[in-house]
Write a protein that binds this ligand. Structure first.
Ligand SMILES: [Zn+2]
Length: 313
């Protein structure tokens, strides 16, 4: 699942490619949610609800994109925001696409020169925003902002921009100035009887951390993933706090992590997977040269990776 660095990489890409541009059409074959019908999920198959969704988007100009936890918000100039959660395998790309009417499927246009958009991972297009790429341009200046998602869990919603805060129940953003060691400690201690890895994954405690970056931060801090929060010493807490910031910033610097399906706005892989110390490094010697071999233990349906030599229970 895309975590903070991947979502931030996408948001940075959106601000480079579509900021200030107008949306002239929208197409989807997955459920979308509209604000006046908050409990109705709809798709192009359900014309009435889709038309409402479309009416709020078409003709609007994109003011900017913003990340909140693992959510993407594309703010429009009509006080509405498109809310996208990429969930497990979603990612957004920008390029020239066309609708293959026979198969009701969007594909890269013959004129599209970016080969990465033809990557098999990038072919599962379920929502397409057609964008006027240049102001006052012709039909040749149309481009598409697309959501590719092989597993179709991604969520697309439109809502009034001023209601976003009410919709989100998320903890502090770890890369902000406000996220001090004290804030980090008091947030984690809200779940003092729980395993630290579980608490790091709780979006209500700290925003944006998932499986990859929790394993990496705990490796840096030398803390076993199953240690209870209440047993973590202040010195270890400081190392963990610094580790969280280091791994998330590094993730952004590397353009995100593409161990799974994540791709950036150009359909390219991120590079953080080449810098892992713990995540999916099972059986490899620990890079601290402490004689440890990275182990994987089952953890809430997935896994936790750690070095038994310097991350002891
Ligand atoms: Zn080690």
């Amino acid at each position: 699942m895309p975590e903070l660095p991947e979502v931030q990489t996408t948001v940075n890409g959106l601000n480079k490619t579509v900021k200030g541009k107008k949306i002239v059409d929208v197409w989807t074959d997955i459920a979308v949610e509209t604000p006046s019908l908050p409990h109705h999920f709809t798709s192009t198959k359900s014309t009435k609800f889709f038309n409402e969704f479309k009416k709020l988007i078409v003709g609007a100009t994109i003011v900017k994109a913003e990340r909140r936890a693992k959510n993407i918000f594309i703010h429009l100039d009509n006080k509405q925001s498109i809310w996208i959660h990429m969930k497990m395998t979603g990612h957004m790309m920008y390029g020239s696409y066309e609708l293959d009417k026979k198969n009701n499927q969007w594909v890269p246009a013959a004129t599209e020169r970016n080969a990465a958009l033809r990557d098999p991972y990038n072919r599962y297009l379920h929502t397409v925003f057609t964008i006027q790429d240049k102001p006052f341009g012709s039909a040749q200046d149309l481009r598409q902002l697309v959501l590719s998602d092989v597993r179709k869990f991604a969520k697309v919603t439109i809502l009034p921009t001023d209601t976003i805060d009410n919709e989100l129940d998320i903890g502090p953003e770890p890369l902000t100035k406000e996220f001090t060691l004290d804030v980090c400690t008091s947030q984690l201690l809200k779940r003092s009887n729980r395993a630290i890895k579980e608490v790091l994954l709780d979006q209500k405690i700290i925003s944006g951390i998932g499986n990859i970056y929790s394993d990496e931060a705990l490796w840096l801090a030398g803390i076993h993933p199953l240690r209870l929060v209440k047993d973590i010493t202040p010195a270890e807490m400081k190392l963990l706090y610094e580790g969280i910031k280091v791994v998330l910033e590094k993730g952004i610097d590397f353009g995100g992590d593409s161990t799974s399906d994540y791709r950036d706005i150009n359909g390219e892989r991120g590079k953080f997977q080449a810098a892992h110390n713990a995540y999916r490094m099972t059986g490899k010697p620990c890079k601290k040269n402490d004689g440890g071999i990275i182990e994987r233990i089952p953890f809430s349906g997935r896994g936790a990776h750690f070095c038994p030599a310097h991350q002891m229970l």
